[in-house]
Write a protein that binds this ligand. Structure first.
Ligand SMILES: Cc1cc2nc3c(=O)[nH]c(=O)nc-3n(C[C@H](O)[C@H](O)[C@H](O)COP(=O)(O)O)c2cc1C
Length: 184
């Protein structure tokens, strides 16, 4: 099978990581993949904050869980109360993806960049998970300031990254097939 198709089809969200930190070259490869994503009007309106400070990652996880526990949505509240849950699955690296506020299509562009990151990570043997739940953190200005974003940017989501724990990896999941129609 074509290598790219194989990477796309075998990527899974990884939620068990080894504690060992990933290499700087690996981060560079992943960021390079991100910045080669397409973007509306070629604005490339993204920014990436690479966090490798365990204390800060744990702190963010705790803040997010506290806010989730207060949610009116039961599955979110129950996740927030789950003592065993770490929002970033104890990944040694977390990359926050932010977009320029006045860009034409920042959220879409940042999503494309994020998918590139997940695929690049998988292609070099790293595990990754897209973390949308980080949005709870973004409600608190004081926490967002800790990201030291450039002026005019807002954070959208995060990617947890690390070496996958080889003993506990997910199997392929069924994909919905009835999602296409053809007009010829
Ligand atoms: C926008 C978005 C937000 C997501 N947020 C989370 C998250 O906060 N935590 C998590 O564990 N997985 C999160 N995921 C991963 C999905 O749960 C996962 O992609 C889906 O279950 C399919 O599994 P797969 O990635 O292994 O194909 C998110 C995925 C997307 C696209």
């Amino acid at each position: 099978m074509n290598e790219i198709i194989n990477v796309i089809k075998t990527r899974r969200s990884i939620r068990r990581f080894l504690p060992e930190q990933i290499k700087d070259e690996e981060i560079q490869t992943i960021i390079e993949a991100a910045i080669h994503a397409p973007s509306g009007h070629n604005e490339q309106p993204w920014h990436f904050t690479v966090i490798q400070n365990k204390e800060l990652i744990d702190h963010f996880s705790n803040v997010i869980k506290k806010l989730m526990a207060e949610s009116e949505v039961e599955w979110i509240a129950s996740m927030g109360r789950n003592e065993k849950l770490h929002i970033f699955y104890n990944a040694p690296t977390v990359i926050v993806v932010s977009g320029r506020k006045n860009a034409y299509s920042a959220l879409i562009d940042c999503s494309a960049a994020t998918q590139n990151m997940l695929l690049a990570a998988h292609s070099i043997g790293l595990g990754s998970c897209w973390i949308g739940l980080i949005r709870f953190l973004f409600k608190i200005e004081e926490e967002v300031r800790k990201l030291a974003l450039p002026e005019g940017y807002e954070p959208f989501f995060a990617v947890a990254l690390g070496y996958p724990d080889p003993t506990k990896q997910p199997r392929p999941i069924e994909r919905k097939r009835d999602v296409v129609n053809y007009i010829k």
